[in-house]
Design a protein around this ligand. Structure first.
Ligand code: ATP
Ligand code: MG
Length: 371
């Protein structure tokens, strides 16, 4: 079962990766208030976000979260980016080509504009104290709560596994450890992650209530999700664009591969192109994609195509994607020539993340009385 969520509404201009950002949309979208708060005081916010190393990042990642990360980094917010490698084995028997996927993920980050001097990029398996937080956190949620999580249910449905392992159910709590180990209060994510973020908020609140500092204050902040203008970009089959569902257009895809994939995208039979996310999710998601690439309003893109039909829409989208991501692909190729650098980025990130995680774990053990 695919979660059917309409393509997002986007009404304003959107920042390009290479430009300093000023005009981010702040209306008609969850997270808009948070966006304004961050812009006013970037130093008061700490960002954690990340991805599973299960394949190349795609357009959904870029417009769902990666663009926001780069924007927040430019604003000067402190940033942690986790390569969630343990979470690969939630729905796979074997974490196939893990090292390769991890390095490719870092390449995608760097090509998109994440700066390893400003963002701490690390794999969570390299940070033992982070993972140790899972133990107290697991005691704070009930089995029934874990079983109700809609994203976990959706991922189980898509994994095609006959047997579901325990890590799959504890995935959101593990993610709470990812977020809270560095006391992040902002998490730029796609819509599918909102239920997980709710778990992280619950864990933070319950931990603070059960184990307050002597002065009554809590160890953890309650993190907020930051959604973009495209919190659920659809893939070529009309479901959520996902690395592991064979429906994605990778950021690193060639211009030709991009054209082929978009040509095969599902649309509908109505010749007139409109932007109506609820009524026409597939067509609207394509319109939105072109609009995001061109920093324009989706209604305008749809109006220009008018009666041109799906073929004209797909031509517009292909051109827009290839133009927007051409420079990023070229940058990625240059970076890919030096794998040693990529590994160094991960080593440096792990070192910084370990220092932060050790300090948080020490604090956790102290309030729990386990010193
Ligand atoms: P997998 O199929 O392995 O689960 P995925 O494509 O769903 O891969 P994740 O690593 O699970 O990617 O997600 C990383 C981040 O990207 C999350 O914040 C998620 O919400 C966001 N994201 C993933 N897909 C989309 C999408 N189609 N639209 C917007 N955001 C997305
Ligand atoms: Mg996913």
């Amino acid at each position: 079962m695919t979660t059917t969520v309409p393509a997002a509404t986007a009404t304003a201009t959107h920042p390009a990766v290479d430009r300093p950002t000023v005009d981010h949309p702040t209306v008609d979208r969850p997270g808009a208030d948070l966006d304004e708060l961050i812009r006013r005081d970037p130093g008061a916010h700490r960002v954690l976000t990340g991805d599973r190393p299960t394949g190349p990042l795609h357009l959904g990642h870029y417009f769902g979260t990666l663009q926001n990360r780069v924007r927040l980094q430019r604003l000067g917010t402190e940033m942690f980016v986790v390569v969630a490698d343990y979470q690969v084995i939630t729905d796979r028997d074997v974490a196939d080509r893990l090292a390769e996927h991890t390095e490719n993920l870092v390449l995608d980050y760097l090509a998109a504009g994440l700066d390893p001097d400003r963002a701490t990029i690390f794999a969570h398996s390299a940070v033992p104290a982070l993972n140790q937080l899972l133990l107290p956190f697991l005691s704070l949620v009930s089995v029934a709560e874990l079983g109700r999580n809609p994203t976990v249910k959706d991922e189980i449905a898509h994994s095609g596994q006959s047997v579901v392992n325990g890590l799959m159910f504890t995935y959101p709590v593990h993610q709470a450890a990812d977020i809270l180990f560095c006391k992040a209060n902002v998490v730029p994510v796609g819509q599918d992650q909102l239920p997980h973020l709710e778990v992280a908020r619950t864990v933070a609140r319950r931990f603070n209530e059960r184990y307050p500092h002597l002065d009554g204050t809590g160890v953890f902040p309650r993190p907020d999700a930051l959604l973009s203008a495209a919190p659920m970009l659809l893939g070529t089959d009309g479901g959520k664009m996902s690395k592991s569902r064979g429906n994605a257009v990778a950021l690193s895809a060639t211009a030709d591969a991009t054209a082929r994939l978009i040509r095969g995208a599902r649309t509908d039979t109505d010749r007139r192109i409109t932007y109506e996310p609820a009524a026409r999710p597939e067509v609207s998601s394509l319109v939105l994609l072109a609009a995001l690439c061109q920093d324009r309003a989706p209604e305008l893109v749809a109006e220009e195509i008018g009666d041109g039909g799906a073929a004209a829409l797909k031509r517009t989208v292909t051109e827009a994607v290839n133009e927007r991501f051409g420079p990023m692909r070229a940058r990625r190729e240059e970076l890919a020539a030096d794998r040693g650098y990529v590994r160094q980025v991960l080593r440096d990130g792990a070192e910084r993340a370990n220092a932060v995680a050790d300090a948080t774990l020490a604090e956790v053990r102290a309030v729990m009385g386990s010193v």
